[in-house]
Design a protein around this ligand. Structure first.
Ligand code: HEC
Length: 103
């Protein structure tokens, strides 16, 4: 009985937390996911690089979305273009994640 109660309570807490999510939080979660799948291999876990010549995304200037979009879609230096792999919304989500500085 106790088990059932706590399962119900758990579901209740989870769903109420979810309903409080703002669109930005959804984008952040989506961006974090995408980052792990697509960018982490080079830019590092939680955007912490291993100190190679890969750009440290935690230092990317926050006001420069256009530059971010441009670099991600066209590629830059050793970074490939992601034009055919990411939608505009996914890039926006990645931007929200990068802007969060990995928090
Ligand atoms: C194959 C490795 C690799 C992958 C995968 C990769 N990057 Fe990069 N990225 C780099 C390297 C190397 C640079 C430095 C480019 C330079 O300045 O020469 C860079 C630079 C950047 C920059 C800075 C560009 C600028 O304007 O100075 C941004 C922003 C960036 N990456 C975002 C991303 C995002 C978002 C993803 C995932 C969609 C990603 N990268 C995936 C290797 C990678």
């Amino acid at each position: 009985m106790l088990k059932i109660c706590s399962a119900v309570l758990g579901a209740f807490i989870a769903s109420s937390a979810f309903s409080q999510d703002s669109p930005d939080r959804d984008l952040l979660a989506m961006g974090k996911d995408k980052y792990s799948q697509t960018c982490r291999v080079c830019h590092g876990f939680n955007m912490v690089t291993s100190g190679t010549n890969v750009f440290d995304l935690r230092k990317f200037p926050l006001g420069e979305y256009d530059r971010f979009f441009q670099s991600v879609t066209e590629g830059k230096g050793l970074m490939p273009s992601f034009k055919n792999n990411l939608t505009d919304e996914q890039i926006k989500a990645l931007w929200v994640y990068v802007s969060s500085r990995g928090q």
